[in-house]
Design a protein around this ligand. Structure first.
Ligand SMILES: Nc1ncnc2c1ncn2[C@@H]1O[C@H](COP(=O)(O)OP(=O)(O)OP(=O)(O)O)[C@@H](O)[C@H]1O
Length: 629
């Protein structure tokens, strides 16, 4: 139903029966983007040696406010790399040439003026369209706007993008049915245009969409540009209708520039160098064939024919067809000799802006939308909304409650008066300590690896500070994570007949809580260190096994050099504290463990609560390098 809605809109717009949306009438800082001789190479490290690989070779071009620049080329030609360089997301020492924004180099303040729509739709599946855009508005818009104004901006964007009919639908994902692909892409664009960006970059915004929906998206990009923004988009294989909607075009082939100029003049340029289609062809298809070095159904320029003949006579072969390598070489040379210098000269022309306006892009200061405390509160609320489904999944509730009932039945009204009964009951305490030390690890290790793409995207846009995200993400889990243990403990405690009284009950509950928080911290740290679910699960299993073995339950005396593991085995501390709460008054030793101490264990458990979380935070900070933030 929802995809039908987008197609209808596209057809209406095409037919001119529906008014095109007006994109953000408020003033936008105009940004002129120029880039000259941009090069980029990567160093590929082999087993024995390393070699350099050129990804981009001297790309020159420009795009002005009000224009849409399309980056086209075959797969692997360097479109995404160029887009990342132009948007300031890829800054490495191996980047050469110059990229300027209103004649100024990239500065951190530009982040708040740049919108970047990634190729993959990185959105939270359980939030609705409206919630997604409202959270983006609250986090990204400056504090000069009130909460109500920010929420109104989200509604305006929903209207501008024609998302009214699906605003209360969940985004959806692999396991949840949600909005259509075209709508999801529009939400991603909405997430970026909500900040009224001066520069909008999009990586393959139409991939995977049908031609009508793709047309609607590109039409939207044109409307956005008309509102004074500068738009740069990569595009894989546009239909001819789409192709004609671009103002400027860059055609790349193997990292080299084959054409830069007006999209409408591309065909004229290629026919001027002797390459024109011999049958009616979509211009985009023709250009991609050329960039691939494929001259089927294309006239072969005489100069190229001469080169082929010379090569054939040199190699004594009779194949009259130019190879892709020769075609590529010819196209690069043709562009360099006929157009490149002229284009570079054009880039020298001054920008029609006052110095004062031009300089607005050059502040080295970052612009955070919301204050730290606002970021924390918004992220906390968003975390609870997105993750409540996980916490209260039936599978999880059944798993915990079934375990509690089984334990309750096995230890039904257990007796702590006889030494044998005491030993049996201590076994239950050991199980509780192990269960609530390790169960939360396996839920927490997913947190950061699963949110890696989102974190990377949002941090690259300076949406919030890492500390605000970390604290919000780890504390929003807590209330939800503590509900199930309360139920569990109430069932087990009373069915098994553990020590009655408010004191022992609440102290046991507090101990289990501390254990859960420490376990979560360990899970978060493992996830943050590895950022990979498979590896994290393996490391968590090994850690759990080590803690179990070294804790002291099986081996009472461990060699000094591994005794530190015993201090980190928080499950064991939990067990000893539970023993103290339950039996300190009854027996000084239970199952070979002393029950009259516990202070050291409490201190160790509290240290683990903070220590593992700190480790998780530091690991995330280290990961910041990969976010380019
Ligand atoms: N960090 C890197 N290390 C090694 N190779 C890289 C790196 N970054 C890019 N490349 C290579 O550079 C080339 C261009 O990559 P890029 O992703 O920019 O291409 P593309 O034109 O966007 O391709 P597609 O249309 O398939 O997305 C590819 O061959 C890619 O493998």
């Amino acid at each position: 139903m929802s995809s039908v809605c987008s197609i209808e809109n596209a057809e209406d717009i095409e037919a001119g029966t529906r008014e095109r949306p007006k994109f953000q009438t408020e003033p936008t800082l105009p940004i002129y983007l120029k880039f000259t001789d941009v090069t980029y190479k990567v160093i590929l490290k082999g087993m024995t040696s390393s070699e350099e690989k050129d990804i981009l070779n001297g790309i020159t071009g420009s795009v002005n406010p009000g224009e849409v620049l399309a980056l086209m080329g075959p797969s692997g030609s360097g479109k995404t790399t160029l887009l990342n360089l132009l948007s300031g997301r890829l800054m490495e020492p191996t980047v050469g040439g110059s990229i300027t924004y209103n004649d100024h180099p990239y500065s951190k303040s530009l982040k708040s003026k740049i919108g970047f729509v990634t190729q993959d739709d990185v959105l939270f599946p359980h939030l609705t369209v409206k919630e997604t855009l409202t959270y983006a508005a609250l986090l990204r818009l400056p504090n000069t706007l009130t909460k109500q104004q920010k929420e109104k901006r989200a509604i305006d964007v929903i209207n501008e993008l024609g998302l009214e009919r699906c605003q209360d639908t969940m985004i959806g994902g692999s396991f949840v049915r949600g909005v259509s692909g075209g709508e999801r892409k529009r939400v991603c664009i909405g997430n970026e245009i909500i900040i009224n960006p001066s520069l909008l970059f999009l990586d393959e915004p139409t991939s995977g969409l049908d031609s009508t929906t793709a047309l609607r998206i590109v039409q939207m990009l044109q409307d956005i540009a008309e509102a004074g923004k500068t738009v740069v988009t990569t595009i894989h294989q546009p239909s001819s209708r789409l192709f004609h909607k671009f103002d400027k075009l860059i055609l790349l082939g193997k990292g080299s520039l084959l054409y830069f100029g007006k999209a409408s003049e591309a065909m004229t340029y290629f026919s001027s160098i002797g390459c024109s289609p011999q049958i009616a062809m979509n211009p985009a298809e023709f250009l991609l064939d050329l960039a691939n070095g494929n001259l089927h159904d294309v006239s072969v320029p005489s100069e190229l024919q001469d080169r082929v003949q010379t090569e054939n006579s040199e190699n004594d072969t009779a194949n009259g067809k130019p190879t892709p390598a020769i075609v590529h070489e010819y196209l690069v040379e043709a562009y360099e000799t006929r157009v490149a210098e002229n284009e570079k000269k054009k880039l020298m022309a001054p920008i029609p802006l006052d110095e004062e306006i031009k300089a607005k892009v050059s502040s080295p200061k970052r612009n955070w939308g919301a204050s730290w405390i606002q970021q924390y509160t918004i992220l906390f609320r968003r975390g609870i909304k997105e993750h409540r489904h996980d916490y209260f999944s039936w599978l999880r509730i059944t798993q915990v409650l079934a375990t509690a009932v089984i334990l309750g039945l096995l230890w039904w009204h257990s007796d702590s008066k006889s030494p044998k009964g005491l030993e049996d009951q201590a076994g239950l305490l050991f199980f509780i300590a192990v269960f609530w030390s390790f169960f939360p690890i396996f839920t927490a290790i997913f947190t950061f690896p699963q949110e890696r793409a989102m974190l990377s995207k949002e941090r690259a846009a300076d949406m919030y500070r890492l500390s605000a995200y970390f604290l919000a993400r780890t504390t929003s889990d807590l209330p939800l994570n503590l509900v199930l243990p309360v139920l569990f403990l109430v069932i087990v405690y009373f069915m098994a007949g553990l020590r009655m009284g408010a004191g022992p009950f609440f102290l046991s509950m507090l101990t289990v809580f501390l254990s859960i928080v420490a376990a979560q911290g360990l899970g978060l740290a493992i996830g943050a260190i590895l950022m990979d679910l498979k590896k994290a699960t393996t490391l968590a299993s090994v850690t759990i096994m080590t803690f179990m073995l070294a804790g002291g339950y099986f081996v009472q005396e461990v060699p000094v050099f591994i005794s530190w593991i015993r201090y980190m085995s928080f499950n064991f501390h939990t067990y000893k504290i539970l023993l103290k709460i339950q039996y300190a008054d009854i027996s000084p030793i239970v199952n070979g463990m002393r029950t009259d101490s516990g202070f050291r264990e409490v201190c160790a458990l509290v240290a683990m609560v903070f220590g593992y979380r700190l480790l998780a935070y530091l690991s995330l900070r280290k990961m910041k390098l990969h976010f380019g933030a």
